[in-house]
Design a protein around this ligand. Sequence first.
Ligand code: IPD
Ligand code: CA
Length: 253
Amino acid sequence: MVRSVVRAARTLARDFGEVEQLQWSVKGPGDFVSAADRRAEQILVEDLRKARPDFSILTEESGLREGRFPEHRFIVDPLDGTSNYLHAMPHWAVSVALEQHGEITAACVYDPIRNELFAADKGNGAYLNDQRIRVSRTKDLDRALIGCGLPVRDWKGRKTFPPQYEKVADKVAGLRRMGVASLDLAYVACGRLDAYWEYGIKPWDYAAGLLLVREAGGKAGRMEGDDKIWDEGTIIGTNAALGDAFTETLGAA
Ligand code: IPD
Ligand code: CA
């Protein structure tokens, strides 16, 4: 998983140089970015297939490819943070998780711009470039820096977000909307953010991030219940100390 994620991200990083140029050209970067995205997905599927030919693969661009052992599946976002990438903002990532018998057992999120590889293996902790990471110890909401999603136009969460925002914004030290769900959760895992929530994101956006937060000692799941973890809902990742207070704040929205 690590090898495939790094290989795909390096290709995207090379193309990113081109996007910066296209940003200023008449042609614009739109088509180029979707082609780069598809190329990255191809690399990931090729590598993961080679390593585990019988596993299923769920990707953002192509949906589910059923394998002989569908109870093992990779969940892949070849380019998380497409809008950032498209606008030449250097904050995006490649994310892959492995789900086995309904549990996420391994996760990788790689940010090639900062050369930061977040990885976790169920029961063996979470790591940033081989250093063990842990969630923050912030226990008071009024000192907490919180990540979130920001729905625009007809995105999911248009109705859900405003009341949640009202409740949270009143109580916390700061809010950030960085546009890369997998990295938002990775940042909770390494303590850069104290918590994160977003309504309506997709399995490939958060599968890897959930395990990173859990293995870093935090809490991560779906507010409406983990039994339906892939159904539409509010995904929350928090440090251990804030967990209940934060979820209650959102829940009361
Ligand atoms: C998006 C990002 C973003 C989140 C969106 C996702 P994409 O993924 O993770 O942070 O707010 O809901 O769709 O489209 O850039 O892969
Ligand atoms: Ca995504």
